[in-house]
Design a protein. Sequence first.
Length: 245
Amino acid sequence: MDPAAAGVTTTESARPRARLLVVEDHPITGPAIQQALAMDGFEVDLAGTLARARARFEAATPDIVILDVHLPDGSGLSLCSYFRQTTSVPIIVVSGADTVEDRIAGFDAGADDYVVKPVHIAELSRRVDAVLRRAGVRPAEAVLYGPDGMELHLDSGEARRGDASVRVTRSEVGILRALLIRNGVPVQPDDLCREVWGYTELADANFIQQHVSRLRRKLMKIDAGDLIQTAYGVGYVIPASTPSS
């Protein structure tokens, strides 16, 4: 989805968007990470193999690499070692392996951070932000605009309306973002689970409902408690809005 169509703006006049190279071959996870990070204001390129990742890296050096370990043509750790020999670009390794030995192998290969699958996209975004800040690269903040003047500031984790603001958790940012970028199209609970927490399926029917209920209570503090509406038989929706000028 085009970020502009969803009412997404970034403070690019203050600083350029950080460029990310995501190396992930999974047909659902890769595009989901790419879209979510693009909504956070990053410029994201996606590669599904070691060969493509190396070619895209050499064509345009990114500000950070998000690198899966298990790829069709080899181990991502070998690519991590290769990049580290020639560049200081930050690298976040993503892997389903969670032993101490696996983490040590990742850091020994030159990783700056190690994230265990399933990937929680909201957390991954904050890890990217943290690694970039340590590297001296400040990504542009993205703002999603909702109806009636509501704003979701992704970098600071705040929902604002007028002079009122409320802090929201990483998961709550993910829920609001997933609903806002649909621009009036209902989102199923299973899709929310996959996009926000990285779950492949909804294990508990009340899981999303509980999170949405807590989020609605928070939004009441900025007089936006009815922002998230229930689309019966489908899921949840935030009414469509037009981008702010």
